[in-house]
Design a protein around this ligand. Sequence first.
Ligand SMILES: [Zn+2]
Length: 184
Amino acid sequence: MAYPFVESPNKTVARGRAIDVVVMHTMEIAERPDAAEICARWFRTPASRVSAHYCVDANGVIQCVREKDIAWHARGGNTRSIGVELAGFARQTTRDWEDAYSRAVLARAATLVADICRRKRIPVRWLLADDLIAARRGITGHVEVSKAFRRSDHWDPGPGFPIESFLDRVRKAQQAARTARPKV
Ligand SMILES: [Zn+2]
């Protein structure tokens, strides 16, 4: 899938890296139509010293770092991961994640993450800090990278993030893509 590309200079250019983990974040930017653009602009600013591969809001997805390169999104866990930023806040309750805006964000993110997992053959399961330390492959949150490697105190996407329903959406998106693919 090709998304609009707003290149971030905040990255480590890599060659032939293995990708084992997708790390979910919240941008800490309000639910507004241009949240992904605002986030991408911040990542494009050299002084910010941060980036992620993808920024997702209710309207769309913007890519900021090529998947082959290392984005600076989760200290201690960047080398083998892809970072996905979601519009919203880590302090959102499960209920907040159910409003129309968040549902649209989660739907777009699920399609994106399903595609990444399919291409990189990453299992659709949620990893905790111990799994990351054991180098297991899957999907996780920034908070687990922080707990595992103790290089950051970021706790996004927050305790209200609907892990199970998100994984379910990712699985459904993969099934839908399989059915849609023409049989030869
Ligand atoms: Zn984060």
